[in-house]
Ligand binder design. Structure first.
Ligand code: EAX
Length: 328
């Protein structure tokens, strides 16, 4: 009897203290990305918004802002996350090293063997640590979504081996590891915000760029003269799903947990739809006249880019690099 009373009291207390706080919390949030609604970033974002709406009985609504609507590139939008002007952001790691330097460890070329290897690392302790490091700069990194393996494209010639690409003027993300790797490979790379890339390609300010299949496809780069797509898979491009720490801290604990759990679940979904659609997108690109170069000598790129490891590995814990490489 006494036990039942105590228990009853405890339950009432929990309902009183936590229940109402959660029941009363209402918010409309802004979720941004650099890419359009048909890209897997935004398909994932739509799913996340739907799940959150459903699971909070409509208390939390998430509005979607695709295609750089809230900033001219991912660096600018990440600043928006830091300041709380944007609540949620899907972004590649491109500019993120400028915020949380440890994330650059993922940007080494040819670090990941395949998608299995990727999932092991992202969903394991190293991935968790890299996400947690963002707290130091006022960002809550919820989970890893993905951009995909990046490939080299250009307007000039079929690139089968690294020597073919010598001297090509390409855009890279604002990322010092990528920049170094392309210099090593003998190309002429320029860092540029995403919002400027299409026009730069169109006006032939640059010959090429590098991005995963889904980005090339959703951006219709064939219309900007990108005729050659070489499956170099030179680097894997993860996409942390970021939240403004201000917004996160303002939520009741239950909603915080719901966001983490739902974002993780959506990340799995988002990676799957991204991967499953790649072959079909390549076929459609070929039908648009893009030459898909499949027999790429990836070893030649790997060898040429090796000095980047020498140059940057001292900036990261050796044990972490080895743990990523040896993850099985
Ligand atoms: O995050 O800037 C880039 O090349 C990124 O891959 C793209 O915007 C998606």
């Amino acid at each position: 009897m006494k036990k039942a009373l105590v228990l009853g009291f405890a339950v009432a207390l929990i309902v009183f203290c936590i229940g109402p706080a959660q029941a009363q919390y209402k918010a409309t949030m802004r979720l941004a990305s650099a890419l359009p609604m048909d890209h897997p970033y935004m398909v994932g974002a739509q799913k996340f918004a739907d799940l959150i709406k459903e699971r909070t009985n409509g208390r939390i609504e998430i509005k979607l802002y695709p295609s750089n609507q809230l900033g001219k590139g991912e660096r600018e939008m990440t600043e928006g996350i830091q300041q709380g002007a944007i609540d949620l952001l899907v972004t590649s790691t491109g500019p993120l090293g400028g915020f949380s330097p440890s994330i650059n460890i993922l940007d080494f070329p040819f670090l990941f063997r395949d998608f299995n290897h990727v999932d092991l690392v992202m969903d394991g302790p190293i991935g968790r640590k890299l996400l947690d490091d963002f707290e130091k700069v006022n960002i809550k990194a919820l989970s890893f979504w993905e951009n995909g393996f990046r490939h080299l494209t250009n307007s000039k010639l079929e690139v089968k081996k690294v020597a073919d690409a010598k001297g090509l003027k390409i855009r890279t993300m604002e990322n010092k590891v990528h920049l170094s790797a392309w210099k090593d490979a003998g190309l002429n790379p320029t860092p540029m915000a995403w919002g400027e890339v299409y026009t730069a390609l169109q006006q032939k300010v640059i010959d090429g760029q590098e991005n995963p299949i889904a980005v090339f496809y959703s951006s219709k780069f064939w219309d900007a003269g990108q005729k050659y797509f070489s499956l170099t898979a030179h680097v894997y491009s993860p996409s942390p799903f970021l939240m403004s720490k201000k917004t996160y801290d303002s939520m009741p604990k239950e909603d915080q947990e719901l966001f983490v759990k739902t974002s993780y679940e959506t990340g799995k979904f988002q990676r799957k739809i991204n991967r499953d659609a790649e072959e079909a997108k390549l076929k459609e690109m070929a039908a648009k006249g893009v030459a898909i170069v499949r027999d790429v000598d990836r070893e030649s790129f790997k060898k040429a880019m090796a000095p980047t490891y020498e140059a940057f590995s001292s900036q990261f814990p050796k044990a972490d690099i080895e743990a990523i490489m040896n993850a099985k």
